[in-house]
Design a protein around this ligand. Sequence first.
Ligand code: 9WN
Length: 461
Amino acid sequence: MVRWAVTPAGSDTTPAGDTAPRDQGSLVALARATLDGNWEHDHTVPSRTLYPHQWSWDSAFVAIGWAHLRPDRAWTELTSLFDAQWRDGRVPHIVFNPAVADSAYFPGPRFWASATVEGAPATATSGLVQPPVHALAAWHAYRRAPSEYARAALGRLYPRLVAQQRYLTTRRDVGGAGLASIVHPWESGLDNSPAWDDPLAAVPAEAAVLRAYRRRDIVHAAAAHRPTDLDYARYVAIVTAYRAANYRDDDLIDRHPFLVECPLFNAALGAAESALAHIAEEIGADPGPHRQRAARITTALVDRLYDPTTGTFHPRDLRTGRLTPARTVLGLTPLILPDLPPRQVEAILVEAGSPRFGLAERMARPLPSHDRTAADFEPLRYWRGPSWMNINWLVRRGLLAHGQPRLAVGLGTSMVELAATAGCHEYFHPDTGAGLGSPAFSWTAALLLDTLTEDQGRAPC
Ligand code: 9WN
């Protein structure tokens, strides 16, 4: 029997090794307890302390975990998120729970003021989006636990997923080349990544702006792990600009201070079309247009974001027209595209296997979020070095999709051992494996379950 060492759910920043061993069953129980503890009537909060509302891409990953335990909750989770979809098709990055005080999270519902915007739902939401991993997650959850009930839920979700794609591929194609632009680092999901340093530095803001607000994140997490006050001032400035235009997307190129084509966001966009093709086939719709769109997005991603001189993918800053230089884990994520050309697959495997990321058939720790050899690698700070379960899970799916089962086993084993040793933390020290951030984090539990209970070498859905 596999034995793992885990800490009890709810403990904080426990160093690796300082724990009692547990078997696989106890690890499943830990994941279940984490998800159950974060379940909130029709959705799962990422964390009770730091993130007490519903987050968009968190819900997608969490649905995959629920598919193993309570498939009904997987579909409730996705349905409640899409109930807050805007009339233009955008799926908001936060859906606020009206029962939670405005002051519990910054920026809260009053700041976003979605109720004043035409086309926004009755429930308060943010006006931004996150990587569109929902079709991928819905298809994966369905394959994990197929049933008549699940097929009906998938059928109801399908037109909403299509509307989400339509929004991103039309209104957000600011560069006009077939990719979606993000309008805020929060839309990337990797908010504080070094990938955003250059475009963010060009956004005018002063840390003093934050005197008017109260950051809640540094009440619950160490300030040294989180973005700086100046970063937050810029985050606020970008939202303020978008909100002033009622979150409209026309003429963004002429007026918006942050516009970037992100490799992960667009890889998710393309992978969503491939997943929608599967879903369409399953529910009796036409998969053809989805396949064509998936191929177009993959081609555009390679043309626009692959740099043959570095051999990896980089975000493109539409304000300068240039690729941003940092070699972050974002560069590896196009591997989730099933039709990524062999040349780019090979380049990603080389980059992932280099000392920058350390992918191997036997690896001590999962992939870090940033190049380990870079001068600005920070093992403790949010998205600037620590390992995250969701990014590793995505790269692992890509390895399986591109016929690399042994590397997928190596990565999967390191992921399970990490969570087994430190618990279901939000993120992890990339060298010591110590748990960081929220100690009971939903997507860590969900993806731990998925990785743990899967036949590691099996081809992907
Ligand atoms: C802002 C909820 C979210 C994740 C993001 C992660 C973090 C929020 C924050 O938490 O972002 O959206 O307050 O820092 O970066 O990926 O979805 O878990």
